[in-house]
Design a protein around this ligand. Structure first.
Ligand SMILES: [Mg+2]
Length: 260
């Protein structure tokens, strides 16, 4: 079911933006648990209520989802500091997290690379069919991610989805952030109301709403990606998502994109 929360723009989309992790790809599925487990190793000894600590950490982790990981680690370092600990630098925390995540990521990518699993096993169900359908309509289609630019390019190639995009932007000084991409599209003459974004992070939802576009929250419950994850749904609804979907198998999704 496509859950409608707002009305979004009434214009047919001329540009469609997809976030990568958690929106199209499940290469990094489970990253939030890995991040929170890592944070709790430091936070746990600093206070008594582990449940409250984890839930506080989850709040800022969710708030910065979709941006470069260093923003989450800045909030974490600040949290450690407030509890009287001596935080490491956000960059050092980010490096530690990336190392832990790398094990999961590398396993999944090599399975796809060596043909042990199909690339589609690392995509949210229905993603390829929707990308194909949207591509056939002559819309501009962009990939925009807070993950490192070179990793995004490699993974899009490996998942065999790079052919669908007009442009792909990950995190790098030479690339564009989600906000910069939106500004460039609007600057190129596409009305904000004709931009539609799919995302599982607060950042892309808020930035899209800020230019008057339509935001579709992909609240897929990983790893099966069949149902809506109630927690993600709550975060995306609070960020201003116009619609919530569990995956791309929803009938009527293409019509929603096309504004029909
Ligand atoms: Mg994401």
């Amino acid at each position: 079911m496509i859950e409608r929360l707002g009305y979004g723009s009434r214009l047919p989309a001329r540009a469609v933006i997809f976030d990568f992790d958690g929106t199209l790809a499940t290469v990094r599925a489970g990253w939030m648990e890995i991040m929170l487990d890592m944070m709790m190793e430091t936070l746990g000894p600093l206070a008594n209520d582990a449940h409250a600590l984890r839930s506080e950490a989850e709040d800022y982790v969710a708030r910065f989802t979709g941006k470069d990981t260093v923003h989450q680690m800045e909030a974490f370092a600040e949290h450690v500091w407030r509890l009287g600990g001596e935080p490491e630098s956000p960059e050092a925390y980010k490096a530690e997290f990336m190392e832990r995540l790398e094990h999961v990521r590398a396993d999944r990518l090599s399975a796809a690379e060596e043909g042990r699993i199909s690339p589609d096993a690392l995509l949210v169900p229905g993603a390829r069919a929707l990308l194909q359908a949207v591509q056939g309509r002559n819309l501009e289609i962009y990939l925009a991610s807070g993950t490192a630019h070179n990793e995004i390019l490699r993974e899009a190639r490996l998942l065999n989805i790079e052919c669908y995009f007009t442009g792909m932007y990950g995190s790098a000084s030479t690339s564009l952030t989600k906000r910069e991409l939106l500004a460039r599209l609007v600057g190129s003459g596409i009305p904000g109301g004709a931009i539609l974004t799919f995302g599982d992070g607060r950042v892309e939802i808020e930035e899209t709403k800020a230019v008057g576009g339509t935001a579709i929250g992909v609240a897929t419950l990983e790893p099966d990606c069949v149902e809506v994850d109630p927690k993600k749904r709550g975060w995306l609804a609070a960020a201003g998502a116009d619609h919530i979907i569990p995956n791309y198998l929803e009938p009527g999704l293409l019509e929603l994109v096309l504004g029909q």
